[in-house]
Design a protein. Sequence first.
Length: 155
Amino acid sequence: MVKRTSFEGDACPIARSLEAIGDWWSLLIIREALFGVRRFGEFQSNLGMAKNILSVRLRAMVDHGILTTAPASDGSAYQEYVLTPKGRGVFPVLVALRQWSEEFDDRPEEIATILVDRDKGRPVKKLELRAEDGRLLTPAETTLKPRPARRRSAG
């Protein structure tokens, strides 16, 4: 088995996020959890994953604070996997990936669903990156700069 590089201590926030959610199974598990899937067997059935791979991914996502376990809501002896605020925070990332695929996929007609506003039934507007003053930003209009040093508290 090839040892994977760890990005846990990397200074880049993109690399650090990939440490927690950087494989396709993790993103698909989060997608399913956002749609209400909570049980191991439901994840396994919906995704067609091998049980051993699913078990490892779920454990890692619990360790990273993306999911937590809770007693089954039906009172049975089973546990359920529940998204934490950190896990729900991946939603805009999944929407961005979806919208990217809808725009650039070679066969968009094969995409079976559209993302809509539940109340209005209308398609969700494309995500945009905006400056603090509301201007739409392109990659050329952004840059990285060092984060200001944290001020030490007196005492």
